[in-house]
Design a protein around this ligand. Structure first.
Ligand SMILES: *Cc1c(COP(=O)(O)O)cnc(C)c1O
Length: 396
C-alpha cells in the first residue's frame, strides 16, 4: 500500500468562511478571536517603528481582529487586499476620492444607491470633478461616454430600487482599453452571489451593514481590490482620510460571515414565496426582481450571478396618497425603515428616491415600494401583504 497522501483539495468558499479569519492556536484554543480594543500597539523595536509599513502599527490601521476580518473579506471576493470603513457609504466615498482629482471625469450609474449620487453632487462636484450619469443597461455603449479625462466608472449591479443588472464584463472591457479604474457596489450580493473582481472589476465595495452583519445592529463597509497596485492606491486614500472601523462592528461582521451563505440561500427562498403571492395581486402593476424573466438584465443575472437576495420592489397601481400611506403604516411585519439584510422584514417607499434619476427618468405611474423579505414565517408575511393590499385595492 502506498503511503503517499493526496494533498488536500482547496476548500470551497463556505468552508473558507468557517476555517479562515480565526487563529485558535494563538488564543489557547479559543475558537473566535477576541475583540481587539486597540489604539496604541507597542513596537517591538526601532526597526519596526522606522519600517514604512509595519503590520500592527496603530489600531486605526490594523489590529489582529481587523486583520482576521479583512482576510476573510479578501477571500470572499477573490481579491488581493481589503480596507475597512465605518459604513458602506464611507467605503464608497473614500474609494472614489482615492482615484479622482480636480479636472477628472466620473461615469456614475444612474440607479446607484441614493447617497452615492448625493456624494457626487454635494462633495465631488465641489472639488471640480465632472460627473456623467449613465443608463444601467448601457453595456458596451459606455464607450460613447468616455472622455479624455474619464478616470473612474462606478457600477452597482443590480442597482438600487429597480434592480437593473449591468453587463459588467462589457463595461470592464471598454474601461480596460482606456485605462479607466472600475468600481462596483456589491452590497446586494453580500459578496456571495456575485464576484465582481472575477469579472475584471478593479474594486468591489460592500456595505457589510446589510447581509454580512445580517442583524440590523451594526454599520460597516469594506473595499476590496483585485490587484496589488490598486490596493496600494486604495490604502493610501483610506489611510490618509483616516478610514477605520470599530472593533464591535468588525466582530459582528466576522461572526456574520460564518452564516451569510446560509442566510442568503434562505432569503432567496423567502423572497420567491412572496413574489409568487404578489404575482396574483391586481393591485401590483409590476414587480422588480432580477429573478423575473422580463426583468431588465435577467439574462445577465443568470449568466453572472449564482443567486438572488430578498429585496424586491413593487409598483402599486395609482391610488390616492392616503391609500398608500394607510398601506405602509398598516403593515404588521413589513415596518417602514431604511436599510435591509437583517432578519426582519421591512418596507421603504421609493418614489422620492427614483425621482432623482437623470439618465433614465423614472416615469411609471403609481407608488414604488421596496420590500425586504425577512426570516419570519413566509405565510405570516403573505397574510400581512394580503390584508394591506385588500385595503389598498378598495381605493383603486
Ligand atoms: C445601504 C447601502 C449602502 C450604504 O451602506 P451603509 O453601510 O448604510 O453606509 C451602499 N450601497 C448600497 C447598495 C446599499 O444598499
Amino acid at each position: 500500500m502506498s503511503n503517499k497522501k493526496e494533498p488536500p483539495k482547496p476548500p470551497h468558499e463556505t468552508t473558507k468562511m468557517m476555517h479562515g479569519g480565526y487563529s485558535p492556536e494563538e488564543y489557547h484554543g479559543v475558537v473566535n478571536p477576541p475583540i481587539t480594543r486597540a489604539s496604541t500597539i507597542l513596537y517591538p523595536s526601532l526597526d519596526e517603528f522606522e519600517a514604512p509599513f509595519y503590520k500592527y502599527d496603530y489600531g486605526r490601521n490594523n489590529h489582529p481582529l481587523m486583520d482576521e476580518f479583512l482576510t476573510q473579506m479578501t477571500a470572499l471576493e477573490n481579491g488581493c487586499g481589503a480596507l475597512p470603513a465605518p459604513c458602506g457609504m464611507a467605503a464608497i466615498s473614500a474609494a472614489l476620492m482615492g482615484f479622482l482629482k480636480t479636472g477628472d471625469h466620473l461615469l456614475m450609474v444612474d440607479n446607484a444607491y441614493g447617497c452615492t449620487p448625493r456624494f457626487c453632487k454635494e462633495t465631488l462636484e465641489n472639488f471640480g470633478i465632472e460627473i456623467t450619469y449613465y443608463d444601467p443597461l448601457i453595456g458596451a455603449g459606455i464607450k460613447d461616454l468616455i472622455q479624455d479625462n474619464t478616470r473612474v466608472i462606478f457600477m452597482e449591479s443590480p442597482g438600487s430600487a429597480t434592480f437593473e443588472i449591468q453587463d459588467v464584463p462589457a463595461i470592464v472591457k471598454v474601461a480596460q482599453a482606456h485605462n479607466i479604474t472600475t468600481m462596483l457596489d456589491n452590497s446586494w450580493a453580500g459578496g456571495v452571489f456575485y464576484k465582481p473582481l472575477d469579472h475584471g472589476v478593479d474594486i468591489s465595495i460592500v456595505s457589510c451593514t446589510k447581509y454580512i452583519n445580517g442583524h440590523s445592529d451594526g454599520l460597516l463597509g469594506v473595499a476590496i481590490a483585485r490587484e496589488e497596485k490598486t490596493y496600494q492606491k486604495l490604502a493610501t486614500s483610506f489611510r490618509s482620510i483616516g478610514m477605520s472601523a470599530g472593533s464591535e462592528e468588525i466582530n459582528l461582521a466576522l461572526r456574520g460571515l460564518r452564516t451569510v451563505h446560509l442566510r442568503l440561500r434562505e432569503a432567496q427562498k423567502q423572497a420567491e414565496g412572496v413574489i409568487q403571492f404578489l404575482q396574483t395581486r391586481d393591485e401590483v402593476a409590476k414587480i422588480y426582481s432580477p429573478t423575473l424573466k422580463d426583468h431588465p438584465g435577467h439574462d445577465i443575472w443568470k449568466r453572472d450571478f449564482i443567486g438572488s437576495n430578498a429585496l424586491l420592489s413593487i409598483l402599486l397601481k395609482p391610488a390616492p396618497k392616503e391609500a398608500f400611506k394607510a398601506l405602509i403604516e398598516g403593515f404588521q411585519y413589513f415596518r417602514m425603515g431604511d436599510s435591509w439584510g437583517g432578519y426582519e422584514s421591512l418596507c421603504q417607499p421609493q418614489h422620492t428616491i427614483v425621482k432623482r434619476r437623470i439618465a433614465v427618468p423614472f416615469e411609471q405611474e403609481g407608488w414604488l415600494l421596496r420590500l425586504h423579505v425577512g426570516m419570519e414565517d413566509v405565510s405570516d408575511l403573505i397574510a400581512d401583504l394580503e390584508r394591506s393590499l385588500d385595503a389598498y385595492g378598495e381605493s383603486l
